[in-house]
Write a protein that binds this ligand. Structure first.
Ligand code: GDP
Length: 444
């Protein structure tokens, strides 16, 4: 993802500053070089890189660190502030009635983004609807309809109508009850007159409150031209960067933001409806620098918990904190974890665990963990009520039976029981903790 290597390479240089109270010119030069290298690798525009490096250099050498601040913290703060300034504020999107138009080239992820954004607004308690006007790409209608069904949001489209402006007009009428109307438009494989003219006509009719440009993270330097063309045609208020879960770096999108004088609205991190994040500059840069992103994490946990509670009504997480931690509790926790998204993304948000820990793990370690969770679930499905409530009663013969029943090796059944013991011990520790201990832990 954007500037992915920055966190680890920068931490290396910063660690060399440990114990120092003053920064030398060489120290600053080394750090600036690391930052430049990462930014250029991430496809960030050279002019932007130059601008950023000179501000960091100047501030690091001239600003007096506040009393008691180490050289490391001083420079980290400056880098953090300058990077936050580079990525800019997040696009202003009030949680109230509005119409949003999505533009972008074919394949950039518009249709997917429309459904994801609708899902995101629905989780904020609003009623969104997606209007699909893409008559150019075969299959766009079905894809949008299916995704909106999965997102459980209203949808309007008409596979028999050829005029996108007419679809937009009808769509606005049909979705009059919605709070948020997201209008998806056609893309083309490249920029051309027809695309721009069609977009202008839809924009004129819809008169959206916000125009968002959807960009694939892999766009690189081409972002500038695209941004200019779309910006000249309809004006761009914000950018959505998609496919940040892949290998692409996304730095090019920053040039688009700069070019259109706009900001980043959302980040797309996968193909499912829930794989979307509202862009938050502070959290984003904190995560990048390995400082964690508590806000995103808290939001995901909260969402997963409320979904879980809605699913099994008689379950109260408080009970788990008080009494015995059973395998059933463990299964619920695993379900909640799954709802939070890929484990690697979740771990990245935990302060102190982010970056640093991820760098030490082999790339596939997280997949294995996901796979293991899946096996554990299959095994638990083969257990009796009594075994789930009282895992200590599971001896050798029962392990054999469970293994046969689930089709999983005995070894994995034992691993599950071990994992449960470990989690159970951890829960006991939490139970013995006061609120202030918890808060202290979260602040670290
Ligand atoms: P459109 O032509 O702009 O409407 O693009 P689509 O929404 O059809 O997306 C093109 C492809 O990119 C589809 O296969 C999507 O599943 C995929 N896609 C979109 N957003 C993301 C994302 O954030 N991550 C990943 N991995 N794939 C995405």
């Amino acid at each position: 993802m954007v500037l992915d290597n920055l966190g680890s390479s920068l931490r290396g240089s910063l660690d060399k500053l440990r114990g120092k109270s003053r920064l030398s010119e060489e120290d600053v030069a080394e750090i600036v070089k690391e930052i430049q290298r990462s930014l250029i690798q991430a496809d960030v525009d050279i002019a932007l890189v130059q601008e950023l490096s000179s501000s960091i250099e100047e501030r690091a050498l001239n600003e007096e660190p506040p009393g008691g601040t180490s050289a490391r913290d001083h420079v980290l703060r400056i880098v953090y502030e300058e990077l936050v300034a580079l990525v800019g504020e997040s696009t202003d999107l009030p949680l109230e009635s509005q119409t949003i138009l999505l533009a972008g080239l074919q394949g950039s992820g518009k249709t997917t983004t429309a459904a994801k954004m609708a899902w995101w607004f629905s989780k904020k308690g609003l009623r969104p609807a997606v209007i699909q006007t893409d008559t150019f790409r075969p299959g766009a209608y079905d894809q949008a309809k299916q995704m909106c069904e999965r997102a459980e949001v209203d949808f309007y489209g008409d596979p028999d109508e050829e005029d996108p402006v007419e679809i937009a007009r009808k769509g606005l009428e049909e979705t009059a009850d919605a709070d948020i109307r997201i209008v998806d438009t056609s893309g083309r494989s490249g920029l051309n007159e027809t695309l721009i003219e069609e977009l202008k006509s839809i924009e004129e009719l819809v008169a959206p409150d916000r125009n968002l440009l959807v960009l694939d993270a892999a766009i690189g330097q081409g972002a500038k031209d695209q941004a200019k063309a779309f910006g000249d045609a309809v004006g761009i208020d914000g950018v959505v960067i998609t496919k940040l879960d892949g290998t692409a770096k996304g730095g090019g999108a920053l040039a688009a933001v700069d070019q259109t004088d706009s900001t980043i609205a959302f980040l797309g991190t996968g193909e499912e409806v829930a794989d979307i994040e509202r862009f938050e500059p502070n959290g984003f840069i904190s995560r990048l620098l390995g400082m964690g992103d508590l806000k995103q994490l808290a939001e995901r946990v909260e969402r997963a918990m409320s979904e879980q509670e809605a699913e099994d009504e008689d379950w109260d997480p408080e009970d788990m904190m008080k009494g015995e931690f059973t395998l059933k509790d463990m299964r619920r926790q695993m379900d909640a974890m799954n709802k939070m998204g890929p484990l690697s993304q979740v771990l990245d948000m935990i302060p102190g665990l982010g970056g640093g820990l991820m760098d030490q793990l082999p790339d596939d370690a997280m997949d294995v963990t996901q796979e293991r969770m899946q096996s554990f679930k299959v095994i638990m499905d083969s257990m009796s009520e009594e075994e789930l409530e009282n895992p200590r009663s599971i001896g050798k013969t029962r392990i054999e039976r469970i293994s046969r029943g689930s089709g999983k090796p005995e070894e994995t059944v034992r691993e599950l029981l071990e994992q449960h013991k470990m989690m159970s011990r951890m829960m006991k520790q939490f139970q013995g903790m006061g609120d202030s201990d918890m808060q202290r832990m979260m602040k670290q």
